[in-house]
Design a binder for this molecule. Structure first.
Ligand code: S3P
Length: 174
């Protein structure tokens, strides 16, 4: 795959800004975006909490991964991924193989504030234990994976979506 045709994958913790950045970047680059969680929700007709409750977290991960690995074989897209996508080895390998991966590095404190504000919507892992310690634990369990997959790490605090998108564009154009 030519570099210009590679997908752009946005990874990071829940509420780090992935789903907000994807449409902004999509508009600036004129590349369509996909939000994996939103697609799963619409395909299954269940929200994320219901998928976790009625099917289980394990099945959610399997569905997420199956859908992701199939979709990336298609045309170039910007992907807003779910925070747990990097937990799967095949997903991690595919991030490297099929695209450029951007990690949004957002402080836990800010993530916590956002989660409290939107009442943990779609975030069963937070809802079951809605505190900063839980978020830190999740971050600690995943940080190696995030770092391993990321071609570019962007610190998002105090930056507008436009500025963050600009940083991505400068990186991919260099
Ligand atoms: C998850 C993050 C969520 C969603 C699900 C699991 C996670 O997506 O996929 O609740 O394990 O971190 P966001 O990162 O878009 O919140």
């Amino acid at each position: 795959m030519e570099n210009t045709q590679k997908h752009i994958f946005i990874i990071g913790m829940m509420c780090s800004g992935k789903s907000s950045l994807a449409p902004v970047l999509s508009k600036k680059l004129d590349i369509p975006f996909i939000d994996l969680d939103m697609d799963l929700v619409s395909i299954l007709g269940l929200d994320i909490q219901e998928i976790f409750n009625t099917l289980s977290e394990k099945k959610f991960r399997l569905l997420e991964s199956t859908y992701f690995l199939e979709h990336i074989k298609g045309s170039q897209h910007i992907y807003a991924t779910g925070g747990g996508l990097v937990l799967n080895k095949n997903n991690r390998a595919s991030l490297s193989k099929y695209g450029i991966t951007i990690l949004l590095d957002t402080p836990i404190e800010l993530i916590y504030k956002r989660l409290i504000k939107d009442q943990g919507k779609s975030r069963p892992l937070f809802i079951k234990s809605p505190n900063k310690e839980n978020l830190k634990k999740i971050w600690n369990e995943r940080k190696e994976y995030y770092a391993q997959c990321a071609n570019l790490v962007i610190k998002t605090e105090n930056k507008s979506l436009d500025i963050i998108a600009q940083e991505v564009i400068e990186y991919i154009n260099q």
